[in-house]
Design a protein around this ligand. Structure first.
Ligand code: SAM
Length: 294
C-alpha cells in the first residue's frame, strides 16, 4: 500500500467527488430520519495543504485553489456552497488572506455536514493513515473508524441499521483490476442494500478501460445509475490522471440537473488545455441514455 492521498488532496478529482458527496449528504437530510455514510476508503480525513507532501505535487492549487478563487454564477455557487463552506470553515483566514491551509477529506466533509442523528462508518486499511483518522474522530460518538478492507465492508457493513445511507467507494487504483473490483463490489453491496445511494470514483487516463467498465455496470441491471466525468487535460499530455469519473446509484432526482450546471463551470475553472471536457448522463435510468459532451 504505497498510495497516500496527501499528495493529491484537493486536486480536480477531489473537487468533483467532494462537491457531489456534499450534495448526496444534504439530500439525505431532506428527511428527519437518521442515515449513515459508509466511506470504504476513507484516507486520513484532514489534509494539511502546507505540508511537504502536498506542496511537492501542488495538485490542490489547480483544484480547490482555483475553485475557491473563482467567480461562479449564483446558480452554480448555490450548488457548490455546502462544499465550499466546509472548506471556508476550516480556513477562517481565507476571506482576508486568500490562503488555504486545510482541506477536508471525504469522512471529514460528511461529518461536517451531519446533524446530531447522522452516523459515519469509515474504513481505512493503511495502518498509519488509520491511526491518524482514528485520532481525528477520537471521542466522536457519531463516527466509527475501522481498520478493515473497504471491499469487505461492502458486504459486512450493509445494510446499515438506519436503513438509509450513502456509500462512497474511493479506492486508490494502485492495483490491477480495480475497475472490476468496483463493479463486483457494487453488485455485492446493492444485493444487500438496494435502497442505498452509492458513489463510486474512478480515474480517467490514457488506455483506461472505461467503455468496458460502463458496459459491465450496465449489465448489473441496477435501474438508476448516473455517470459524471470531468477531464482537465488531453490524455496525450499526461501519463497520470487526465480526468475522473463518478458513478452514482440511486442519485437524488435533482443531481443530474445540478451536474449539468456545475460540471461546465468546474471544467472552465480547472481546465489545463482546450481538450478539457465534461459529461453527465444516465448509464442506466428511466430516461433514454443521453450524453452531453463538450
Ligand atoms: N476517500 C478519501 C477522500 O476523498 O478524502 C480519499 C481516499 S484515497 C483515494 C484511498 C485510500 O484507501 C487511501 O488512504 C488508502 O490507504 C486506502 N486503502 C487502500 N486500500 C484499501 C482497502 N482495501 N480498504 C480500505 N482502505 C484502503
Amino acid at each position: 500500500m504505497n498510495y497516500r492521498h496527501i499528495y493529491h488532496a484537493g486536486n480536480f478529482a477531489d473537487v468533483l467527488k467532494h462537491a457531489v458527496l456534499a450534495q448526496l449528504v444534504l439530500y439525505m437530510q431532506k428527511k428527519d430520519k437518521a442515515f449513515r455514510v459508509l466511506d470504504t476508503h476513507a484516507g486520513i480525513g484532514l489534509y494539511d495543504l502546507s505540508s511537504e507532501e502536498a506542496q511537492k505535487t501542488g495538485e490542490w492549487r489547480d483544484g480547490i485553489g482555483k475553485v475557491m478563487a473563482a467567480e461562479f454564477s449564483p446558480a452554480v455557487a448555490a450548488v457548490l456552497k455546502p462544499y465550499m463552506d466546509a472548506v471556508r470553515e476550516l480556513n477562517p483566514g481565507f476571506e482576508t488572506d486568500g490562503a488555504l491551509k486545510l482541506y477536508p477529506g471525504s469522512p471529514k466533509l460528511s461529518r461536517m455536514l451531519f446533524r446530531p442523528q447522522d452516523r459515519l462508518a469509515a474504513m481505512e486499511l493503511h495502518p498509519e493513515d488509520n491511526t491518524r483518522l482514528s485520532r481525528l474522530f477520537e471521542g466522536d460518538f457519531q463516527t466509527r473508524v475501522t481498520e478493515l478492507d473497504g471491499w469487505l465492508a461492502l458486504g459486512a457493513h450493509l445494510p446499515p441499521k438506519e436503513k438509509r445511507g450513502v456509500v462512497l467507494v474511493d479506492p486508490p487504483f494502485e492495483l490491477e483490476g480495480e475497475y472490476d473490483r468496483l463493479v463486483k463490489g457494487l453488485a455485492t453491496a446493492y444485493r444487500r442494500f438496494p435502497g442505498g445511494t452509492y458513489c463510486l470514483w474512478y480515474p480517467l487516463k490514457k488506455g483506461a478501460p472505461i467503455k468496458a467498465f460502463h458496459e459491465q455496470l450496465q449489465a448489473l441491471n441496477i435501474p438508476k445509475m448516473l455517470c459524471a466525468e470531468l477531464t482537465v487535460i488531453s490524455d496525450r499530455e499526461t501519463t497520470g490522471l487526465n480526468g475522473s469519473g463518478l458513478i452514482i446509484v440511486n442519485p437524488p432526482f435533482t443531481l443530474k440537473d445540478d451536474l449539468h450546471l456545475v460540471l461546465p463551470a468546474l471544467k472552465d475553472v480547472m481546465a489545463k488545455d482546450r481538450y478539457a471536457s465534461q459529461r453527465a448522463f444516465w448509464l442506466r435510468g428511466e430516461e433514454v441514455i443521453e450524453r452531453d459532451e463538450e
